[in-house]
Every structure is written in C-alpha cells, then in structure tokens.
Design a protein around this ligand. Structure first.
Ligand SMILES: Cc1cc2nc3c(=O)[nH]c(=O)nc-3n(C[C@H](O)[C@H](O)[C@H](O)COP(=O)(O)OP(=O)(O)OC[C@H]3O[C@@H](n4cnc5c(N)ncnc54)[C@H](O)[C@@H]3O)c2cc1C
Length: 500
C-alpha cells in the first residue's frame, strides 16, 4: 500500500476464513478491497488456521462428493458417504440449538452450504473425505457417521493459505500487524477504521466496512464477564488475537448484541495444554474419544452421559461441563477393548496419561481423585452395562447402562480388560456464540432495529446461529456463507455510495 493510499471501497477487518471469503467476493464484485489482519503474517488466519478444514454441507450421495472431490479412486468411492440432506442439516441445527437458531440465518447457512463448497473449490481449495476422523470401517467399508465428510487438503492451514493466494491473485490488498481499534462513524453510518499498523495509528477510509474478526474467546476478562465465573480459567484452543475487538467497536456505535452471549463452543482438552493455541502442539490436545470412555471428576464420580450422542453432537458442549467440575478437570478412562479407536493425538507426546494393569492400580495412579469413591463408581458402572446389546461405533448402538442414577446411553464398555488407559482433560474454549445482529444481507443492525449504513459482519462475530451447542464443522461453513453475503452486499453498497 502506498503511504497516502487510505481510501477503499471495502475494508475487511480480520484475516480468517470469513474475512477472506468476504474480501474475495467484494473484489470479484469490482470493489477496491483492503484486508486488515491483526496478527503478523506468520500467525495469520485466526482460528480458521487451527481447524481440520472440515466442512458441514448438504449432499445427496456419492455423486455430490465426487463432484467436489473428483480425484477419488474407485476404491475410495466404494465408501458409504451416506446422505446429508437439507432436512437433516435443518434438523441438526434446530435440535442442537434447542430450536433457538435464527430461522432466516439458518436457512441461508443450510441452502448456501453446497454452492459454497463449489465456490471454494473454484478458488483452489481441494476437498478430500476425512476418512480417519469421520468414518469407522464397517464390514471393511469406510462408513461416515456425522454429516461432516469433506475437509480441505492441508487442513485449516491449507485452507487459509489457498484463500490468501486467491485473495492476492484477485487483487485484495492485505496488511498484517494491522490492529483495528475503532470504527469511523457519523450520522450517515460507517466510513472507515482507525487502525494501528505496525505501531502507527492511521485512519483508513472506506465506503463499507466488514467486521470478520472473531469472537471474544481469547479475552479472559470478557469470558468471566459474559460466560460466567470460572471461564477465565479455560484454555484457548485457537488464536490469541480474537479478543472481542470487533464486537466492542460495533457495540460502541450502537450495534445490537444478539444470540447466546453466555454460551460458547468448548471441548475436553489436555489438562496441561498451553493457555492459547499453538500451531505446533494444538492438534495434540484434542480428547474427543470420550463416548467410548467413562469420565470421572475429582470426587471420583461420573458427571455426564458420555454416550448421549455421537461425538459431533456433544463434544462442543462438554467442555463447559468439565469446567464446572471441582478443580476444572476430569479423567477419561478406557478399557483396552476400545483403545484402538483412539485418535492419533492420544498417542502424541502432549498427553497427561496413566496406564495400569488392574483397576486398583489405575485408581491408585490417578492424581487429584477421591480413590474409594472412584472404585465404587467403576464397580457400579461395570455391573450396569447391558452386555447383551452389541457394541457398534458408527451408530447410537443402545448399549447403555441400567439402574445408574446417571446413565450412559450408548457405547457402554465395562472397565475389565487391562491394560487400562486414562487421560486428564480440562476445558478448551473454541469460540463464543454471542455476536451482533445482522440482516439477511449481512448488514449489522442497531439497537433501534435499523441497519447501520456501511457496516457488515461475518463469521464468529454473527450472533443468533448457535445456542448451547454446535454441530461439528459448521463454523467454517458459516464463515464462508456469511462472508460471501457480506462481501457482495458491502461491494454493492460501495457502488451505490459512489453513484450518489
Ligand atoms: C482447534 C480448532 C479446531 C476447529 N476445527 C474446525 C473444523 O474443522 N471445522 C469448522 O467448521 N470449524 C472448526 N473450528 C471453528 C472455526 O475455527 C471457526 O468457527 C472459524 O474459523 C471462524 O472463522 P472467522 O473467520 O470468523 O474467525 P477467525 O478465523 O478466528 O479469524 C478472525 C481474524 O480476526 C483477526 N482479528 C482479531 N481482532 C482483530 C483486530 N482488532 N483487527 C484486525 N484483525 C483482528 C484475527 O487475527 C483473525 O485473523 C475449529 C476451531 C478451533 C480453535
């Protein structure tokens, strides 16, 4: 950027998936676009770069998968991809959010999901089925189970790198270490962003501004304030730069907060993980095989139905429940008959793990636990398992418990075949659910319920989609769908402003 070059059609604040999709779309519509990424270049991409690049989208069978992933071999195409219909996506969003998801936004998300996969493919993203983490082999055949079947080649880093390449090729200007601080605003709306670029504060003018700079998950004070006591103690799974700046800037000029401000996506995460995400270790901190475990707390008691549903529909709400336990932690205990299902991260160096050849030895080795109570819990659990129901990892198998005050509904495996394995977990926060209200054109709405001229939002900053819980792999899709909508609307508004 030239020194005096500070007038743009569209400024996009943020440098993750939502921001990039918005910037590319606005540029494709002919706008002159500047993207402001707070992080240095080597840390660009926000939470998006910490993902597996996994996407939830509508498809009606293997032909739709082949259309997006044309290089699949004949052998791979024999997999059972199932169908993920619009109806199923709507049902999942309604059920998981306890019917609170905004129907208009949800409709845009669901109906926009398949076309957005093709749009991303046309921008250079290559898709492959996530064989290792979203399917189990049934009768020798990969069978997908969770509505999240394709992931970007190279995962989150691959997705982000390809989108930056596409943005730069399209002519989007990118500034790194560009920390947006405030919106430039008058009675006529938003006209730009006050930004600290490499330590120097500047005013950058634009006809439209798109905020796509994440939630407040990396801000301990805001977490305690909005999510509640104890949330300051959660580990941050991803970017340390998502501190709620965009939300703060928007609320300061009257934007309407909406959605589940005391809610967030949080998971079971290595107990001694670093405080913020670290690209070199974060992949090793996930502990998502709990449906095949029992989880116990410091009192030696189970505290949640580990097998209530398949992983993709419970993992995002169980972090909160772990945080609520004494000392904010839990142990996941596995019988040796299921340890071959454990994902590779359980085998990494970054685990707090105990192995034992008897239950007594296991209990003796576990730190910070009431041992007599734990022995009792394991004995009662083992005695309660419906052993006549076959175990089946791909479906809710109904192999539950009988007679326990807190049942386990599926995949109940007694702890009786050594060696036993135990893993210590705490709460890792992924992203926050509260955001600003937008119209179906992606425009931010104020507290008088009027759209704010010149202001748009996308990605984690949008409120109203997720409540209580979240269907796995919807965050990237939401960022891409609403990023494209915001990009198109912002470019159009900039054209109108020029014509006026
Ligand atoms: C470990 C992990 C794994 C995940 N896996 C998946 C998955 O496989 N599939 C899926 O769908 N979702 C996944 N998610 C959720 C997903 O990451 C988010 O939903 C999605 O990436 C959000 O995109 P975004 O563009 O809104 O935010 P981000 O990607 O977080 O981007 C926000 C950007 O804003 C920048 N920023 C912040 N403040 C400022 C400021 N003041 N000025 C300028 N820039 C600023 C940040 O540096 C960052 O670049 C995962 C999340 C984590 C943490």
């Amino acid at each position: 950027m030239e020194k005096n070059d500070s007038q743009f059609d569209v400024i996009v604040v943020g440098g993750g998936n939502a921001a990039l999709c918005a910037a590319i779309t606005a540029r494709d519509e002919g706008a002159r676009v500047l993207l402001l990424e707070r992080a240095p270049e080597e840390e660009r991409g926000g939470n998006s770069s910490y993902t597996e690049g996994l996407m939830r989208f509508v498809y009606n069978g293997s032909d739709d998968i082949k259309a997006l992933s044309p290089d699949l071999s004949e052998e791979e195409m024999k997999s059972d991809f199932g169908v993920y219909s619009e109806e199923k996506f709507f049902d999942d969003m309604a059920r998981i959010t306890q019917n609170r998801t905004d129907p208009d936004l949800c409709e845009l998300l669901v109906r926009g999901s398949n076309p957005t996969m093709h749009w991303l493919k046309d921008r250079g993203i290559r898709w492959l089925p996530q064989f290792g983490r979203q399917s189990f082999k049934v009768d020798g055949k990969h069978t997908f189970w969770g509505g999240a079947t394709l992931a970007a080649v190279g995962g989150g880093p691959g997705l982000v790198a390809t989108l930056y390449k596409a943005a730069e090729k399209a002519g989007v200007q990118v500034l790194y270490r560009a920390w947006a601080k405030a919106l430039i605003h008058s009675d006529r709306g938003v006209h730009g962003v006050v930004t600290n670029v490499n330590g120097v504060t500047r005013e950058l003018a634009a006809d439209s501004v798109i905020l796509a700079c994440g939630g407040f998950e990396a801000n301990a004070a805001w977490r305690a304030r909005h999510l509640g006591p104890g949330w300051d103690l959660a580990k941050v799974r991803g970017s340390k730069y998502n501190t709620g700046d965009g939300l703060e800037m928007a609320l300061r000029i009257g934007a309407q907060p909406t959605g589940h401000w005391s809610g967030c996506h949080s998971v079971g995460w290595e107990r001694y993980a670093s405080d913020f995400g670290d690209p070199s270790t974060s992949d090793d901190y996930e502990r998502d095989n709990y449906p095949f475990s029992i989880m116990i707390n410091a009192d030696g008691k189970r505290f949640v139905d580990e097998g209530a549903d398949i992983r993709n529909y419970t993992y995002a709400k169980y972090g909160r429940i772990i945080l609520q336990q004494p000392m904010q932690f839990a142990w996941q205990l596995f019988d040796s008959s299921v340890t071959h299902f454990l994902r590779p991260e359980y085998r990494s160096r970054h685990v707090t793990k105990v192995m034992a050849n008897s239950i007594e030895e296991l209990v003796d080795k576990l730190d910070d636990v009431n041992k007599p109570e734990l022995l009792k819990t394991i004995r009662e659990f083992n005695a309660s398992v419906k052993r006549d129901v076959p175990f089946s990892p791909n479906v809710k198998d109904g192999r539950g418990t009988v007679g326990l005050e807190l049942p386990k509904s599926n995949w109940a495996i007694p702890l009786e075949n050594p060696p036993f394995e135990a893993y210590a977990v705490t709460c890792g926060i992924t992203f926050t659910f509260g955001g600003v209200k937008i119209t179906t054109d992606g425009q931010v709405v104020d507290t008088s319920h009027q759209p704010i001229p010149g202001l748009y939002a996308a990605g984690e900053m949008v409120g109203g989609l997720f409540y209580f819980n979240y269907p796995g792999a919807t965050g990237l899709m939401s960022g891409a769908v609403f990023g494209r909508i915001a990009g198109r609307s912002a470019a159009f508004a900039a054209k109108l402003a020029k014509a006026a």
